[in-house]
Design a protein around this ligand. Structure first.
Ligand SMILES: Nc1ncnc2c1ncn2[C@@H]1O[C@H](COP(=O)(O)OP(=O)(O)O)[C@@H](O)[C@H]1O
Ligand SMILES: [Mg+2]
Length: 358
């Protein structure tokens, strides 16, 4: 488990204070895939760098795996109930227990794939044979055994990230921090790296913290998510609940950015024929969640309220095994029936918004 409590980190740059992380508290369970999403500059990288102590927080506390509590005070790291200053050895052991991967891979360009993966094992006390076996095991895990003698420049972006993952896991950490690991990759390579991370989570029980500005990453692999804005966590919970019922504007933005329904704004703006309504018609946006499955709702209202429904746009996806999505449709019927249909849907957990009235 990772417990972060009231963590803050301020940088000073040219006499100006930048509060990169402000009073963040999060708990991440073992074996979870936990996403942190936010725009550039939100403080995501600083937050993860505080977890493996690449960055020293100014205040707050942290507990990682079964370690004692680490408390931060005026740039000091105090360990355990006795609050003794943390020793270099403890710090290194803790860093080794957490792997990390980056957007630009951070490989050693002049070293082969083998040497890149072997690098973190140098100071582990393993002998040459053990290192060779471990590197082989890691390259098998990421499906790159045939590239052991290649140099990074001879690899695709996706292959480079696989090498970085093998290196990050060489010490068998329980936690992997991923800082925008797929942001520099094309869609195919992104999908294959996300599939690998999912596999590692399931096969090894690896806890993954995935920092990203892309909703697709969160939807693809995360079970929980925190939304960061201006150094703070503004919304947090399981992925389905956060995305089905976003509360903060920024979360709504992220949800909208990933939905095909968003195209309706452009259609409205362009006054497309698709969104023209005649007198007696309504253009409505419906959002469904697991409490209100789309199909049965539509057939029910057209039957019970005698409302005809012309679907303009629809997008339903499956998140954590449950459907989530919605549609833009034109309703046609008597005033009374249409109101009846809208009220019925609201009572059945469909979010309803009337975009245009004819
Ligand atoms: N080493 C540093 N020195 C000064 N300011 C920094 C440093 N690292 C990050 N920052 C600032 O802290 C804020 C958060 O940065 P960062 O954690 O990298 O955000 P994100 O990863 O969400 O893009 C930004 O305003 C950034 O400019
Ligand atoms: Mg960053």
């Amino acid at each position: 488990m990772i417990e972060i409590k009231n963590l803050s980190k301020t940088f000073t740059l040219k006499g100006q204070n930048i509060d990169a992380v402000r009073d963040v508290s999060l708990t991440i369970q073992d074996g979870d895939v936990y996403g942190v999403i936010g725009y550039s500059g939100a403080g995501k990288s600083t937050l993860v760098r505080c977890i493996n102590l690449l960055e020293t927080p100014d205040s707050g506390s942290l507990r990682v795996n079964d370690s004692d509590l680490i408390t931060f005070e005026n740039g000091k790291l105090l360990y355990g109930a006795s609050r003794t200053p943390m020793k270099e050895k403890q710090l290194n052991a803790m860093r080794r227990s957490i792997g990390m991967i980056f957007q630009h891979f951070n490989l050693l360009d002049r070293s082969t794939v083998f040497d890149n993966v072997a690098y973190p094992l140098k100071y582990s006390g393993m002998n040459r044979k053990e290192i060779k076996d471990r590197v082989h095991e890691m390259l098998q895990l990421v499906d790159l055994t045939d590239k052991r003698d290649a140099y990074p420049s001879q690899l695709s972006g996706g292959q480079k990230q696989r090498v970085a993952i093998a290196r990050a896991l060489a010490n068998h950490p329980k936690i992997l921090l991923s800082d925008e690991a797929t942001s520099a990759l094309d869609p195919d390579a992104t999908e294959s790296i996300l599939a690998l991370l999912r596999h590692l989570n399931e096969k090894l029980g690896l806890t993954i913290i995935a920092i990203t500005h892309e909703m697709a990453v969160i939807k693809s692999i995360c079970r929980h998510v925190a939304v960061m804005e201006d150094g703070r966590v503004v919304e947090e919970g399981n992925v389905y609940d956060v995305f089905a019922h976003p509360k903060q504007d920024i979360t709504k933005h992220f949800v909208a950015s990933a939905s095909a329904l968003n195209r309706v704004d452009k259609l409205l703006h362009d006054d497309s024929p698709l969104v023209q309504v005649q007198p007696g018609e309504l253009l409505v946006k419906l959002l469904f969640s697991r409490d209100s499955v789309g199909d049965s709702v539509i057939s029910q209202i057209s039957r019970d309220f005698n409302v005809s429904i012309n679907i303009v746009l629809a997008s339903v996806e499956v998140l954590e095994g449950s459907p989530l999505g919605g549609m833009i449709a034109i309703f046609k019927g008597t005033e009374e029936n249409m109101h009846g249909a809208l009220d019925w849907m609201k009572a059945h957990h469909v979010e309803v918004e009337v975009l245009r009235r004819g």
